[in-house]
Write a protein that binds this ligand. Structure first.
Ligand SMILES: Nc1nc2c(ncn2[C@@H]2O[C@H](COP(=O)(O)OP(=O)(O)OP(=O)(O)O)[C@@H](O)[C@H]2O)c(=O)[nH]1
Length: 369
């Protein structure tokens, strides 16, 4: 990670939400439904192909080769070349008044995409980070096919594991017991993401957006809502209800009673929260992060944290995806009495003990305070 270059948060950047989910899991259906909602005016949507989306019923007008305007005031543009170019050009055209002054961006990924490179783009490109901020990742999971997709495709497990919001689509087509089993599986994988059952894309925009650190309603940074560290403790407290301890990698290839391969990919994913009481030395922390990203980068699916840093009177928020970290953000002040550092991890084949012990070693102390 970069040296202790702590940035003030630019609060007025445009929020970007990423919709991910396996092939055919209902991303486009969701998007169509969302774009017809009155709260979604002034949204710019970036997708790979218009053709697939079929927005005709929303009354479209073509602005140019790769952008269409919807009657609602939203605009859709296709990705030509890479996402960085598309997002830079969209912002430029907004500034020049060539497209409506959209207030939010939604990116629909292709069904097979790992969302990590998209998050990297939003964290790393200096132009994009100056004008956009990541609001959150929304993952659609097919209530009918989700189980088998997650059994067979690591990508679909990763998509659900890194999401901030989970949508169980096609819930009209699935039996209640099947829905409950899939929900329990998603909760084990990603306890901090609220899960909604939806039919034909019918989700309310308010339930999907504003998942980021910045709360536009209060115009402040809301760590509690973003980090949700309590969700990990609650999940662990209820682990026995589901018959397994999710941290436990010894259970990798166990048959959980549903069939040979069920949950095999899930067993590689861990989601947990580390806390530390004593303030953290920033340089030593960065050295630890550098070691982790260099040696285990691809397996650090998502890290969020708020740190009590030696010499800082306010907390520092960090956010990483694999080997890349967003520039750390100095928050305005501590809220409440809890001054502990908290780090939420979603990892593949990295367990809590390794992270706890290596952090302690880098911080030159005996272990978690
Ligand atoms: N019955 C039912 N069908 C749904 C629901 N959501 C989506 N579908 C159908 O499922 C199919 C796939 O939905 P899409 O929205 O195209 O899925 P997608 O994730 O965008 O698909 P790709 O872009 O191919 O990855 C379509 O035929 C939808 O009409 C739902 O809640 N209930």
């Amino acid at each position: 990670m970069a040296e202790a270059q702590v940035n003030q948060p630019p609060l007025e950047r445009l929020p970007v939400s990423v919709i991910t989910g396996f092939l055919g899991s209902g991303k486009t259906t969701l998007l169509k439904h969302l774009l017809a909602h009155p709260d979604m005016g002034e949204t710019a949507v970036i997708i790979n192909e218009f053709g697939e989306v079929g927005l005709d019923h929303l009354l479209v007008e073509k602005a140019d080769d790769d952008t269409i305007l919807l009657e609602s005031g939203c605009l859709c543009c296709t990705i030509r070349g890479d996402l960085i170019d598309a997002m830079r050009s969209l912002y430029k055209r907004r500034v020049k008044g060539e497209v409506p002054p959209f207030k939010r961006v939604v990116i629909e990924t292709t069904g097979l995409a790992d969302p990590a490179p998209i998050l990297h783009t939003l964290m790393q490109d200096p132009v994009l980070t100056a004008v956009y901020r990541l609001d959150g990742v929304i993952a659609t999971v097919d209530a009918v096919n989700g189980e088998s997709q997650m059994d067979r495709q690591m990508e679909s497990v990763k998509q659900a594991a890194v999401a901030d919001r989970l949508l169980l689509t096609k819930s009209d087509l699935s039996a209640p017991e099947k829905l409950a089993a899939l929900e329990a599986r998603l909760y084990r994988l990603n306890p901090a993401a609220p899960i909604q059952r939806i039919v034909n894309g019918a989700a309310l925009p308010a339930s999907l957006f504003n998942a980021g650190l910045y709360d536009p309603e209060t115009k402040s940074l809301d760590v509690q809502r973003w980090l949700k560290e309590e969700a990990y403790a609650e999940r662990d407290a209820h682990a026995h209800d589901y018959g397994h301890d999710h941290h436990d990698h010894e259970h990798h290839d166990h048959d959980h009673g549903h069939g040979l391969d069920v949950n095999r990919h899930d067993a590689h994913i861990s989601a947990f929260c580390l806390t530390r009481d004593a303030p953290i030395d920033w340089q030593k922390f960065c050295a630890w992060v550098d070691m982790l990203t260099a040696t285990r980068g691809p397996d650090l699916l998502r890290i969020k944290g708020v740190l009590n840093v030696v010499g800082e009177t306010a907390p520092v928020a960090i956010h990483g995806v694999q080997h890349l970290f967003h520039p750390p953000v100095l928050l305005p002040a501590w809220v409440g009495d809890d001054r502990r550092s908290k780090l939420v991890f979603i990892t593949r084949d990295i367990d809590r003990a390794f992270l706890t012990e290596s952090l302690a070693a880098f911080l030159d102390d005996a272990g978690p305070a």
